[in-house]
Design a protein around this ligand. Structure first.
Ligand SMILES: Nc1ncnc2c1ncn2[C@@H]1O[C@H](COP(=O)(O)OP(=O)(O)OP(=O)(O)O)[C@@H](O)[C@H]1O
Length: 276
């Protein structure tokens, strides 16, 4: 029997999620409960239930098209603008459902900074990029803006490289610097959660290592959810890992267990490279 046939016939696909995640000491940041999502007639997420632990790094892994980005974008309602989108279930933050009636989506997104695959600095100075979220909120006091720039660039491990060129265009920075700038901008509005969608996929190994170090430094202060195609990256930076397959969360557990002793055969097949 070929591997493909074995995989296709595995009973794991519809089985309940296997859980063995780490709990931090700060509680739950996002509680996802029986979450389903449809793009038009096509269901992309099925009965997804798991608690994202505050202050920890959670990696979402799985083969292309399994729903990782869809799930990530659901956490700050980035999918809202997609035509024909429908959901059921709940995603709770501090006990309130982010899809509930009367939720202020703009305020919600401020609590969830987002970093994309490709660095997307705005065509303005480094300083203006970092202060953008504050200026949108009407903050004009120079001392507050200056302090924010220094604090956020330091947190994003970019201060030393940027402090003498704060008023130069952000577009003149390297790709790795631009991505750290986007992280600095992402934390300027003091979010609780940072959502990262393959943040290193456009970067070289040195820039990738810097972002990975940064993720480890930011954990604790922030809850981080990262979608990655790199299993070594997930293993290096995350505390918990969710393995997704065909829109289902197959296993959600402590990262070292997922990569060394997963509980579900399909997770094992994926992390050992039998498919992907
Ligand atoms: N805006 C959209 N409209 C319709 N279908 C979509 C949309 N976005 C994603 N999908 C579909 O939903 C499913 C999950 O896609 P998603 O991008 O979430 O997967 P992924 O695991 O992040 O994939 P990749 O690793 O390739 O980025 C796929 O079948 C995809 O084609």
């Amino acid at each position: 029997m070929s591997d493909t046939t074995t995989l296709a016939q595995s009973p794991d696909d519809t089985a309940k999620t296997s859980y063995h995640y780490k709990t931090g000491n700060q509680g739950v940041a996002l509680d996802i409960k029986d979450f389903n999502l449809w793009y038009g007639e096509t269901q992309a997420l099925f009965d997804t239930t798991f608690p994202i632990q505050k202050g920890l790094v959670t990696a979402l892994i799985g083969p292309s098209g399994c729903g990782k980005s869809t799930l990530l974008r659901s956490l700050n309602r980035m999918n809202d603008l997609v035509d024909g989108l429908r959901i059921s279930g709940k995603i709770e933050v501090d006990g309130f459902d982010i899809y509930g009636k009367g939720v202020d989506v703009i305020a919600l997104r401020k609590r969830m900074g987002m970093v994309f695959q490709k660095p997307n600095p705005f065509a303005m100075s480094i300083y203006d990029n970092v202060t953008y979220p504050l200026r949108v909120d009407g903050v004009t006091k120079k001392s507050i803006l200056d302090d924010t720039v220094e604090r956020c660039l330091r947190s994003a491990a970019l201060w030393d490289e940027a402090k003498d060129r704060l008023h130069d265009s952000a577009l003149g920075m390297s790709g790795g610097q631009q991505q750290r700038l986007c992280i600095a901008r992402g934390i300027a509005s003091d979010p609780e959660v940072l959502l990262m969608d393959e943040p290193c996929s456009a970067l070289d190994p040195i820039a990738t290592a810097k972002i990975e170090n940064l993720i480890s430094q930011l954990a604790g202060t922030y809850t981080i959810v990262i979608v990655t195609h790199s299993m070594t990256q997930a293993a290096r930076v995350s505390h918990n890992t969710g393995f997704m397959y065909l829109g289902r969360l197959i296993e959600y557990g402590a990262t070292e267990t997922i990569f060394t002793n997963p509980k579900v055969p399909r997770t094992n097949d994926y992390v050992t490279g039998r498919f992907g």
